[in-house]
Ligand binder design. Structure first.
Ligand code: 4AD
Ligand code: MG
Length: 465
């Protein structure tokens, strides 16, 4: 008897062996003499069909085999006479490991909308859709590690609890053990953080980049891959309060090297998905988004457009002059909204765009300043259906310029002395970027809402499970 075989492997085996199958019942149908049970074990979209001769299995056992129940089946793998599968299992014994009340089971055939499934996010991994999404998520994580390891990057773990606001955007979740009902006060009447756990004000990280730069300027090339937290009150299909980010950081890379890496990285990941996860992708393509496979292939085969921000603004202004309506106004200096990004990518160029040289006032303090005094060597990678998928830059390597910028922005230098040391002691040109893992997954799965590509989404007013 072949035990511990997962359904994905069973379906590829030749008939004629005795096997054991364990999994959850998706459907049961049949007639007086015979029952067909579809069992799924999460290893692939497909279920294995169990054929039951009702005289061979006790009636009371079969009665407990309902949708959602967990069962163990012994039987013989035989060639299937029905269409749809090459093999099926002719059951000789069935054990019900866990019954499932068919009335109370939260996953009913009639209600499978994404909105409903979010309310039962603890059970949704049992659906075909979330099985496919979560397997893809896992495969993509593996592909990311493999991409960097094969190129000699060091995986660096940066802290989740930090005293620095890397992006300077003030969207941090505070971490404290102070009694919120009775906060100790300092002389000015504010919270006395010297009494707090770390003896100072701390938060959850919004980015591991600054610590990543410490790594890159010692190890040459590093990447981080971990959770990131932003208390931005954006209730959009593309924002999470807790998301995962991949941040490579490389010494001796200028902005062009950085763009080359970003483009190659993302193409490699999409290619990996097409080569290793086609069954899940095809399922999602057929079920939700029949342009998915084509879009994925398109990205792999296309050279991304590289365009300065100023040129992008011109294109948008021309579109407005020609009658194109946007919700938000466009002019040099504004931060692009996703409607603007998507216009450039989906309507104007019809391929991914890397926008560079943004106005310094809408970008973070650490970006390398251009000679024009107005722009910085930033790069955002914009994708169809997503908008911004990657944000990065060459970093300001010049100590004086960096200090001046910090002062201009009225940021405290004191908390950043450790960071400035990289520029004081053996400064070097370096660059990096951040890829939002869930934004990548939106693209690869074709899902429309970022809440549906992470197992347990955290968004404003929602931290269930
Ligand atoms: O553009 P961002 O804010 O850049 C940084 O944090 C830099 N420190 C990265 C770097 O240069 N090392 O964020 C990077 C990416 C975005 O392009 C987006 O894909 C994703 O992170 N992202 C979010 N994803 C989901 N929910 C949110 N709230 C996100 N905010 C950013
Ligand atoms: Mg950004």
């Amino acid at each position: 008897m072949e035990r511990k075989i997962r359904v994905s492997d069973l379906l590829k085996m030749k008939a004629g062996v005795k096997v054991e199958v364990k999994g959850w019942v998706r459907t049961k149908r049949g007639n007086k003499e015979i029952a067909f049970i579809a069992v799924n074990d999460g290893s692939c979209v497909a279920s294995i069909q169990i054929v039951v001769d009702k005289t061979a299995i006790p009636e009371d056992v079969l009665a407990k085999v309902t949708t959602g129940a967990c069962i163990r089946v012994e039987g013989e793998l035989v060639e299937s006479v029905g269409s749809g599968q090459a093999v099926e299992v002719r059951a000789s014994a069935i054990e019900v490991l866990g019954t499932c009340d068919p009335v109370r089971y939260p996953l009913q055939k009639k209600d499978t909308s994404m909105e409903y499934l979010r309310t039962v996010a603890h059970m949704r991994p049992r659906t075909n859709t979330f099985g496919a999404v979560l397997r893809l998520r896992s495969q993509m994580a593996y592909a990311i590690h493999e991409y960097f390891h094969s190129r000699g990057f060091v995986y660096l773990n940066t802290p989740l609890i930090t005293a620095s606001d890397a992006e300077g955007a003030g969207q941090m979740f505070q971490v404290t053990t102070l009694d919120l009902g009775n906060v100790p006060r300092d002389k000015k009447g504010g919270p006395d953080y010297s009494k707090d756990f770390f003896g100072r004000q701390t938060s959850l990280t919004v980015s591991g980049q600054l610590e990543g730069e410490l790594g890159a300027t010692a190890l040459g090339a590093i990447y981080t891959f971990g959770p990131t937290f932003r208390a931005e009150n954006s209730n959009t299909p593309r924002h999470l309060a807790e998301f995962w980010m991949i941040e490579p950081e490389m010494a001796f890379y200028d902005i062009t090297d950085n763009m080359d890496l970003a483009e190659d990285f993302i193409k490699s990941l999409v290619r990996y998905a097409l080569e290793h996860c086609m069954e899940d992708i095809q399922f999602l393509n057929d079920r939700y988004d029949d342009g998915l496979v084509e879009r994925l292939r398109g990205v792999v085969d296309t050279e991304f457009v590289r365009l300065p921000y100023g040129e992008g603004i011109k294109i948008l202004e021309e579109a407005v002059a020609a009658g194109r309506k946007f919700e938000y106004p466009v002019a040099w200096g504004v931060d692009l909204q996703s409607e603007h990004e998507r216009f450039l990518v989906e309507e104007h160029f019809r391929k991914p765009v890397i926008l560079t040289d943004y106005p310094k006032d809408i970008k973070a303090f650490y970006m390398k300043q251009n000679d024009d005094g107005k722009t910085v060597r930033a790069m955002d990678v914009l994708f169809p259906k997503i908008g911004e998928i990657i944000g990065g830059s060459e970093r300001e390597a010049d100590l004086d310029k960096l200090e001046k910028r910090i002062d201009e922005l009225h940021m405290s230098r004191r908390g950043l002395e450790w960071y400035l040391d990289t520029r004081r002691f053996g400064s070097c040109p370096h660059s990096g970027f951040g890829l939002g893992f869930e934004r990548l997954l939106l693209f690869v799965t074709g899902m429309a809402n970022i809440r549906d590509v992470i197992p347990f989404p955290r968004t404003p007013k929602n931290a269930e499970f």
